[in-house]
Design a protein around this ligand. Sequence first.
Ligand code: SAH
Length: 389
Amino acid sequence: MAQASVPDLGSFLPASPSRVKINLLDITPAAASESVAAFLRERGEPSYRLGQIMPALWQAPVSSFQEVTTLPAALRDALDEAFELPRLTLSVHQVSTDGTQKFLFRLHDGQSIETVSIPDGDRITVCISSQVGCALQCAFCATGLMGFARNLHPSEIAGQVRELALLETPLRPTNIVFMGMGEPLMNWPAVDTALTILNHPDGCGIGARHITVSTVGVLPGIVALGQRPEQFRLAISVHAPSDALRRTLMPINVKYPLETVIRAAADFDRRVTFEYVMLGGVNDQPAHADELAALARACGAFVNLIPLHPGGAGDFTPTSAASIRAFAERLRRAGIEVATRKSRGKDIAAACGQLRVERLRRGANHPTDEDRQVDEPRAVGPGLDRRPA
Ligand code: SAH
């Protein structure tokens, strides 16, 4: 009885230290290359094998080294024994009528994250997640509703891009934005490594200027990003031009008030973008435009106006298209460069956190939905686009 419940610790431990596999996707391509090179040396393999192996990580990804048919079978087996190339499990794949695609990936511990791909001319922008859930509770954001579960590992962040290359019709993004679930600068060590992987020629090879980190304004993270030598871009979720209003929409403003965020943006050695979700009657008045213009001028920011995506949190109304145009025009007249983001993928709940929240809400009643939709790209009707009850 009592004895029977004592766990057999031996079964939890690897048989020998050499059996512990190295996850090649959780470290920088340079570190992975060193690790594989050392492995090859130890086995007395010719060094040119390294050049045959490295593309399997990010450039021409595989599930296991068995697929690298240029390698002798014995070496493939040995690689699979020594190293891991972990996959994410695609549980839902939806395609919007406008070409936007949304992916829900299941992680090894059963958690789920979202990735969105947005085609626009010859560009494919992929929006990736950096955390499971989010601790920040911005008033209009669906991800905040689910709370914070955990940080993602580098292999799970960059792995979202890797999985798209493994689709039957592979997707190769030209641009990456950290605008999925989570606050990237509250998971800096993993995001730091993931940025290297996404940008490195032996990684995904995406130019640093085409990779944007979006933050509510986590100051230490902004400094850390600014210290990277590559030209990664920074976007700041401003959403309100005064502390009094911003505090009501974004609780983080208590810890990092607007003034400190604007100063950090001014000190950032590259041009930053302000993100500004247009909330009807809340932050979209002419006086708000004037205040916002002053902030943008103070740090030379470009302003991106974002139409509110239905299906987020809270009880907000989108600003009308005409009012958004007037707001933009007022900023422009104040000398600020401004663009209005096109709203995409509305029919598949493609804004931050929406799909996962929908799943959680419906989960108890529709336990088999996810399985039914595995690998079944299709347009999804308005059923997934409901606002919270
Ligand atoms: N935590 C980071 C990145 C994730 S959110 C950040 O806040 O910047 C990415 C962007 O989507 C943010 O600007 C966020 O405010 C915005 N967003 C969240 N919910 C939205 C909604 N319902 N409609 C439009 N934009 C939304």
